[in-house]
Design a protein around this ligand. Structure first.
Ligand code: ACO
Length: 425
């Protein structure tokens, strides 16, 4: 256990309470406050700003240094040398696969990409105008109705089968959300294609005209999925863990993660970046918006700048910036006006004392919206793409939690309502 301890004295009482302190392999120590309940006190931490909710071996972030590691591997190295599916394997299993194991894994995912035909009917029940995230939440939750054979959550084989199914089917379901909205026939996945290529095929192909998916765009899409694959105990992942702690099935857990991701404070920021760039409209107006961002009396913030955890360059933003250049060059859109505004805005902000002092750097969302827009993906689909990329992280955390001892998540509260009173009359 631990030799280190903290002592807590409450209201000057004579005997302090001893609390064990644990050290992880990296990151801050944690004070174990579990025994406090037996002393009649709770800790208070709305937003879980100082609270570690679990042990985990999957992802480590050092926001001050701008470091993101999956199972110890830096995100920049994974983006350069790995691909999305290999990273999925790494997140789930803890080690990179051998080439043979990787082939087998890729093949397994490939043969789970199709969804039950009844799900096509399910989609038809949604209005055309439904938000793609509303549909995604519903259909992913509904997968539990179709796959009874892997719902024993205490069986590790069942857990892995569910994990493989959900990773494989997510791009298919994501593309179906788009197709339903535009009134085009659903495209079946093609087993000879890689995951990202297949996704673009299902998004932009029609039975009349299968698209020619550019390898540059497929690679960019794959890297975007990879960069979103996990980010330790963020709001949606914590939601998946909390739902999973009740013993509910994996599809219900992932649906709850999708619901949490939907909020603008979490998955919706790249949409906001694009809206801001449109609003700026011209390079000549950048200074005006920088001024507004610095004005305390103006609620405007520079979207895509700043991060709760990163107080340095978000390492994913550096990779994304490079992909953005490649994609726009491939599409002959290097002179895209939004990209020009984005680059100039970034340069000005990075040299501005206000942003330097507050350690406000571009985050992952600053360039991802420009890439997705250039590929032809509508803004309403941006969070769906994020969810598709984040699925391996969600399912890896769920699997990790169930592989260890865990308790149902049940936070406490500081009650400020009425004390007991009698019903009138
Ligand atoms: N533009 C201008 N000023 C900013 C910005 C910004 N984007 N972000 C923070 N600040 C300022 C604040 O006004 C504050 O200034 P002060 O100290 O003078 O009062 C200071 O920087 C600290 O800001 P906080 O809100 O305390 O920082 P916090 O860590 O809580 O917020 C957040 C992080 C929410 C991401 C914030 O930087 C922001 O709103 N950014 C824009 C939205 C965005 O890009 N969100 C995507 C995040 S990435 C993701 O979720 C995947």
């Amino acid at each position: 256990m631990s030799d280190k301890k903290a002592q807590l004295t409450i209201d000057g009482k004579a005997d302090p309470i001893d609390l064990p302190v644990y050290s992880g392999s990296s990151g801050p120590d944690v004070v174990d406050v579990r025994s406090l309940v037996s002393q009649g006190v709770f800790t208070y931490d709305p937003g879980f700003v100082s609270t570690a909710s679990c042990d985990s071996e999957i992802t480590f972030i050092d926001g001050g240094a701008g470091v993101l590691l999956h199972r110890g591997y830096p995100i920049e190295q994974l983006a350069e040398k790995s691909d999305f599916l290999e990273t999925c394997y790494l997140l789930l299993h803890g080690e990179l696969p051998s080439p043979e194991v990787n082939d087998e894994f890729v093949n397994t995912i490939r043969y789970h990409t199709m969804v039950d035909e009844a799900i096509h009917q399910f989609f038809r029940g949604f209005p055309r105008t439904a938000h793609p995230m509303a549909m995604l939440c519903g259909v992913v939750g509904a997968l539990s109705a179709f796959y009874h054979d892997d719902l024993d959550i205490d069986n590790p084989d069942h857990r892995l089968r569910a994990a493989y199914r959900v990773i494989a089917k997510m791009p298919t379901l994501a593309a179906m959300c788009y197709k339903h909205g535009v009134g085009q026939p659903f495209m079946y996945p093609q087993n000879e294609m890689g995951l990202a290529e297949n996704f673009l095929h299902m998004m932009f192909g029609t039975p009349c005209e299968p698209p020619k998916v550019s390898p540059v765009l497929a690679k960019a899409m794959d890297t975007l999925f990879l960069l979103h694959a996990d980010h330790e105990q963020n709001a949606s992942t914590s939601t998946v863990r909390l739902a999973g702690s009740t013993g509910t099935n994996p599809y219900a857990c992932i649906a709850s993660g999708i619901a949490a991701l939907w909020g603008p404070a979490h998955g919706g920021a790249n949409e906001a970046v694009l809206e801001m760039l449109h609003e700026i409209g011209d390079e000549s107006r950048i200074e005006e918006f920088i001024k507004r961002a610095k004005d305390k009396d103006d609620p405007f913030r520079l979207m895509g700048f700043g991060h709760r955890v990163y107080k340095n360059y978000d390492p994913r933003a550096t990779v994304i910036r490079g992909i953005c250049d490649e994609v726009l060059e491939e599409l002959g859109a290097e002179n895209d006006p939004l990209l020009r505004i984005a680059k100039k805005l970034e340069k000005i902000a990075l040299e501005d004392e206000y942003f330097i002092e507050r350690k406000l750097f571009p985050n992952v969302d600053f360039y991802s919206g420009i890439i997705l827009k250039a590929i032809g993906i509508p803004t309403s689909m941006f969070t769906v793409i994020f969810a598709t990329g984040r699925t391996p992280g969600w399912i890896a955390h769920w699997h990790e939690m169930l592989s260890d001892s865990y308790r149902i998540g049940r936070p406490r509260q500081l009650y400020k309502g009425y004390t007991k009173r009698d019903y009138p009359g």
